[in-house]
Ligand binder design. Structure first.
Ligand SMILES: C[S@@+](CC[C@H](N)C(=O)[O-])C[C@H]1O[C@@H](n2cnc3c(N)ncnc32)[C@H](O)[C@@H]1O
Length: 300
């Protein structure tokens, strides 16, 4: 038997053996070849494996084990960061453009198979298109989520602006929440990314502005008057609450907020502070999503 004649499923199983043996780069190559030979039905299961093998993630081998266990009990298994689904219709399953762009930008975030999370933001941005105001992302890192959505939706042609904020030096020391400080510093700290790199990444989008500064203070210098979509991803409760104080009243009716980390255990401080903030104002609570995100639609 030669690789030339080997079927997609054989190649996939060979890749699985290599994953288990710890030879991740060779496994990734086999999955890539398998993908080219796969039928539409086989593609998804190979794509999930490829996502795990190419993710810059320390638990990818364990996630791969869970994937195989779940495949013994159900179909359409998907496994990503802190989320496994099976026996579900995967909304992105047949969307080649979605999968290609998710794969293209995956290296910009140290998290495996972010598809479900991307899908939430994509939905929210589409929802915000008809709402008065501009788009805001608080906490950009390398621009992973926004570049995916902007390319997918060809945002350069939209009559909206998107304001992206980051210190580009990580979370300020006085805003670090207890329990999550060390991993945040290691993953998103100063030196792991740069303002220039992100500005370059969005160069093809004249309506996207990358702004270097600390939230909430920088919002007083440059920020839109009306907001249709707000993506909150600052990984700390102090800045996220201060941002709500500064921006909530500017969100138009129908506007959407996505809190990226709302119900991750690591972000419990954010979850509790945000719940208090909405309860104090007599507002509906944020909808907790199994992706870890929180979703809120402003009705009035
Ligand atoms: C998890 S990353 C953002 C990931 C990005 N939203 C994505 O989906 O690809 C969190 C970012 O928030 C930034 N950040 C944290 N606190 C901040 C603050 N007070 N002002 C500005 N940026 C902040 C960090 O520098 C880091 O890049």
């Amino acid at each position: 038997m030669t690789i030339k004649d080997t079927s997609a499923m054989h190649l996939m199983h060979m890749g699985d053996g290599l994953m288990r043996a710890g030879d991740i780069p060779t496994a990734a190559n086999l999955y890539l070849v398998a993908l080219r030979r796969a039928t539409p039905r086989q593609r998804q299961t190979i794509l999930v494996r490829l996502g795990l093998a190419t993710a810059n993630h320390r638990r990818r081998v364990q996630l791969h084990d869970i994937l195989q266990s779940l495949e013994a009990i159900g179909q359409n298994v998907f496994i990503g960061e802190g989320l496994a689904t099976w026996q579900k219709t995967l909304p992105f399953l047949d969307d080649d453009r979605f999968n290609a762009l998710a794969g293209k930008h995956a290296h910009l975030l140290p998290l495996a198979n972010w598809h479900w999370n991307l899908q939430t933001v994509l939905w929210a941005v589409k929802q915000g298109r008809a709402v008065e105001g501009d788009f805001v992302e608080l906490g950009v890192f390398k621009g992973h989520t926004t570049i995916f959505v902007a390319e997918y939706l060809e945002f350069a042609g939209w009559d909206k602006r998107w304001f992206l904020y980051d210190t580009f030096e990580g979370i300020p020391d006085d805003q670090l929440d207890p329990g999550w400080a060390a991993s945040n510093k290691a993953t998103y700290g100063a030196g792991t990314f740069s303002f220039e790199e992100v500005q370059e990444r969005f160069a093809a989008f004249p309506n996207i502005q990358v702004i270097k500064g600390r939230v909430p203070e920088v919002l007083g210098e440059v920020s839109p008057e009306r907001i249709a979509f707000l993506h909150v991803d600052l990984n700390n409760s102090t800045a996220e609450i201060a941002a709500l104080d500064a921006l909530y009243d500017r969100i138009s009716p129908g506007g959407v907020i996505v809190f990226d980390d709302y119900c991750w255990l690591s972000a419990k401080a954010q979850h509790d502070a945000e719940n208090r903030w909405f309860a104090d104002r007599g507002l509906q609570q944020i909808l907790a999503l199994p992706t870890g995100q929180g979703l809120f639609i402003k009705t009035a």
